[in-house]
Design a protein around this ligand. Sequence first.
Ligand SMILES: [Fe+2]
Length: 172
Amino acid sequence: MMALTYRDLHMKPRKEILPDVCDLLDDDHKAVRKMFLEFRQMATANTAGSVNTRKDLAMRICAELTMHATVEEEILYPALRKEFRQTLLLAEAQVEHAGARDLIAQIRSANEVNEMFDAKVMVLGENVDHHVKQERIDIFPKARATSLDLVAMRKQVTQRKEELRAALATPA
Ligand SMILES: [Fe+2]
């Protein structure tokens, strides 16, 4: 890949160059996908020693996904709802989030790391793959075609995620 020159940077509108909220959310997607792959490998090998690690990993996946879905629902989707003429796509994403939350609740309350536990985490991973595809193919490009300031929204989402992460770290 060629490096951007001073001229490139100054000829293009800032919006195209600075990482925006979609880039940030897609970084979440990549990070969580890596965690799911790691989980799948461990679950497939199913060594007795990996039970605790698998449980920890599943809990981290649940925490990351919950934060991701929360910022999308609180910040990105409501803003897009005002901009998109066709909002069915956003409704679909919301239904998918609800399905994910349901699986997350089941995973969190599981008493045992068994085949059903592993299966739930893997199905959650498949749901997330679908969500990612839809955002990359449809939602993000449409968001970038609006006049929304997605670079400013990135800051807002970053801040909200920090709040959520801090709340997670301090048990109520
Ligand atoms: Fe997402």
